[in-house]
Design a binder for this molecule. Sequence first.
Ligand code: UD1
Length: 416
Amino acid sequence: MSKYIIEGGRPLFGNVDVQGAKNAVLPIFAACVLTESDVVIRRVPDLADVVSMENILRNLGVTVKKEGDVRILSAKNMNSDNIPNDLAKELRSSVFLLGSVIGRMKRARVAYPGGCDIGLRPIDIHIKGLRDLGVIIEERAGYLFCDGTKMRGGEVILDYPSVGATENVMLAAVLAKGDTIVRNAAREPEIIDLQNFLLSIGAQIKGAGTSEIHIRGVSKLGGTEFTVMPDRICLGTWLLAVASCGGEVVLSGGRKAEIYSLLCKIDKSSCHIQEENGMIIIKASGMPVCSERISTRPYPGFPTDLQAQYCAYASAARGTCVVTENIFENRFRHVPELIKMGVDITVRDRVAVIKGTGYLNGAEVTARDLRGGAALVIAGLAARGRTVIDDIRHIDRGYEAMEKTLSNIGAKIVRV
Ligand code: UD1
């Protein structure tokens, strides 16, 4: 198992290109099965989750060609509607494929996704949404058997604005006869990116980014060339790293408007962030003072995917922060690791109270999940001395060669 070794306590200086968004590219890849025409996708991040998705697509009969950060996908000869257990368990997001495989093949068989490292992650909202479009779904022997021969547009009212369920229903509805309205839809920017992709292949869809999405089914979709949006969670991670360590970094490709909920929680006395000619520039003294209350919420609220990294920032800062996790039930697994680095944190139910003194010490810690792993990297960069982070495969699911990005801006970090 690979590890990161970090010699902390150094400020960060230089430039970072923000990678394409993992949470946008995965549903867009799922959408590619809706068309028989070739689709070219640009700015695809080189991530373990993307490789898992490509393997699932190949297993369905889709050809995937890789040229740098470009993928050329062709589902012309797609010949399977089955996503077996060994592939589905690699990637929880394979559940998005339900909607698009049903759209294309009129049926789908998907291994029921299990729980994952941050919580149970049920799929009841996905299933109810697809049933509202007339899909017959049965669960047998750990598989969901879906019959979409009678699928048609309809009204889907989501119990909760689930990102994945919103995307799944969009993917199913674009080829379903008639009109669909998704109410209480998730409003995340990645849903707008999926809508933009679907529009570019000829779908009739509007409203993404609001809580009501309207889709008029079409009978056939075409090809496109499409560039994936920048990853707002990576952008937030880099900003928190610089805010914790100090330095001056220019980030290109990110969009400040997508992370306002984070920006308003970063200490302004120690850090200045501005947007200029499409670049985001952060200048930080590395001595943050932080006494904030954070509560994770669906977009535009504070993202659960930045909660762990924020805990690391609050640990490196002086002051007391109260962090509430409302989205996932098991998302404080970075806390015991941060405690090993000398910070006082108590967790009760979904609330963590972090009492930062402005000092962290290097320690031997373990990444337990993707964003928790990123949090330990931030803490390691800000800490005095050496930090060893074990089990960094989690980090590779969402950050493209994180050690290269950080070494380029002066961090001492190696993968062993
Ligand atoms: C997506 C993101 C993930 C992010 C999350 C919340 C991708 C690939 N992943 O995950 O990085 O952390 O949004 O912003 O885009 N729920 C149910 N039943 C369902 C579906 C969801 O109870 O059928 C619950 C989940 O357990 C969770 C909450 O709803 O507690 C939010 O889940 P959801 O918005 O669906 O997240 P994902 O799409 O899985």
